[in-house]
Ligand binder design. Structure first.
Ligand code: C2E
Ligand code: CA
Ligand code: CA
Ligand code: CA
Length: 280
């Protein structure tokens, strides 16, 4: 396409046009997503690979758009971060996910309570409001802070380092657990482990899936598990899609697994059914 002047292009690929239009629509509709009650949280069990019992859940956001259908988080989280609406959405997720886990713990928790793992975007972690927000939430919900796990990715390092570092330390003070999400996908992972006091590490599904393709993939995952253990972190492998991957992870003594083969992300009613049957 040839530019005809400032901001003008003569040929606009139809595909690109559709994409831009969809993004504009998402941007616009995000403003009312909470008032229109279109968000839902799905829960994916995190399974102890030794006992094969459910110990916690990751909260995964779903947007059921009345016209565009289901919009995956990867298609709107970035946009929400740009507009600042991520803070409202993030707060909504925290409150609802914590309320849900309190309920499950009351009904099915038994002696060992389930943990809830919530994704935080870099923007949220470097925001000044995050500490009071989580402190208030913990007080209101009256549950063990150690059962709230916050998943953060490495992009934190690149953006607002100082604030993020301070906030992470304060979050730690509140007693919540910090989890290094998508570990190894960035480029400064070891510094990252050194600078922040994580409790756990999540191995991205890409690495787990690469185990099949040959010796190197397997060695990479086993090294990551060993690295986590050396740093006294518990380690969670995501994207476990088959029996073989599960066996490998068990051989490497990976603590936890998460994936379609174990259980897909599900609406809370479906998790209720699993818990009633005593599937943990
Ligand atoms: P993530 O944190 O890396 O989450 C794991 C993704 O893998 C989820 O995608 C999950 O549905 C998917 N998954 C689970 N098991 C399997 C499997 O066996 N195979 C494969 N191929 N995929 C599996 P999802 O739900 O589409 O979420 C995408 C990303 O959106 C998440 O990646 C996370 O970064 C972000 N996200 C989701 N919910 C939230 C939220 O509440 N807040 C923020 N800030 N980000 C969120
Ligand atoms: Ca995650
Ligand atoms: Ca991610
Ligand atoms: Ca991931």
């Amino acid at each position: 396409a040839k530019a005809l002047g400032k901001g003008r292009v003569d040929i606009f690929e139809p595909e690109m046009h559709a994409r831009v239009e969809k993004t504009t629509r998402i941007e616009h509709d995000l403003n009312t997503v909470l008032t229109r009650n279109e968000l839902e949280i799905y829960y994916q069990p995190i399974v102890n690979l030794q006992s094969m019992t459910i110990e916690g859940f990751e909260a995964l956001l779903r947007w059921k758009h009345p016209e565009l259908g289901n919009i995956p988080p990867d298609d709107f989280i970035g946009i929400a971060e740009g507009s600042g609406i991520i803070h409202h959405i993030g707060q909504w997720v925290l409150y609802n996910a914590c309320e849900q886990i309190v309920k499950w713990n009351r009904l099915y928790g038994g002696e060992s309570e389930f943990f809830i793992s919530v994704n935080l975007s870099a923007r949220q972690v470097s925001h000044s409001n995050i500490i009071p927000l989580i402190r208030d939430m913990l007080e209101g919900a009256a549950f063990n802070p150690a059962k709230l796990h916050l998943e953060v990715t490495e992009t934190l390092l690149i953006t607002d380092q100082e604030t993020a570092k301070r906030n992470m330390a304060e979050l730690k003070q509140l007693g919540v657990q910090l989890s290094a999400d998508d570990f190894g996908k960035g480029y400064s992972s070891l510094t990252y482990l050194q600078n922040y006091s994580f409790n756990s590490m999540k191995i991205d599904k890409e690495f787990v899936q690469d185990m099949e393709t040959g010796g190197k993939g397997k060695r990479l995952v086993s090294s990551l598990v060993r690295l986590a253990r050396d740093f006294d972190l518990s380690v969670i492998a995501e994207g476990v899609e088959n029996e073989q991957q599960l066996r490998h992870l068990q051989t490497f003594s990976c603590h936890y697994g998460q994936g379609f083969y174990l259980c897909p992300p599900l609406p809370s009613e479906d998790i209720d059914v699993i818990l009633i049957k005593g599937g943990h």
